[in-house]
Design a protein around this ligand. Sequence first.
Ligand SMILES: [Zn+2]
Ligand SMILES: [Zn+2]
Length: 219
Amino acid sequence: MSQSNCDLHIHSDYSDGASTVWKIVERAAKLRLDVIAIADHFWPSLGSRRGGMKLIEERRRLLREMNSVSSRLRILDATEVDINADGTLAPIAGGTEQFDLTIGSLHWGCDSTTWASTVKKAAERGKIHILGHFDGYLSNYRQEDGRIVARALAKSNVAVELSTRYRPVHNDFLEAARDAGCVFSLGSDAHWTSNVGNVEEQVMLAEALDLPLLDPSHL
Ligand SMILES: [Zn+2]
Ligand SMILES: [Zn+2]
């Protein structure tokens, strides 16, 4: 398994993605990916009007079935949860512990200082594995805030996502996170089948900045 041969942030039609799980898996298999994470939002996280145990369990059964028939590809049962302004996560039926992987993301605009205190609190709560699209909603960036976030993420073993949909703008944060000891994850944030696995640029970015990639076999 190669750590660069995966896509750990994909949405299906169980939330706001356009593709069925089957179509996603078909594309990932065609690309010969090793690991994918189907990371749907569930109500009340933004991006989904639907949630509840019934839906989550139905999706889980389907993912297990797909896993059992796919020989090479490993499919992770993941979720993307909103980080609230106080650093808590949006509630999710059954809790986050039931998932192989939890991505925590800010889906509201904020400045650098608010971002730092919110993400630090979210990391310290120990519920997320990956910080999704870290600067996707950031209005400005200050290096001292970046260092606070980098230290908090490293301490709580939260990986920093290199997003395709929200291309990182603040490479100096990536360097600060690397120096603090963080690992990095690859995520297309695909909402369409054709975007699944589109992480080549992010792999190049990781190589250029010498960013160590998350090893999904530890999940
Ligand atoms: Zn998101
Ligand atoms: Zn997403």
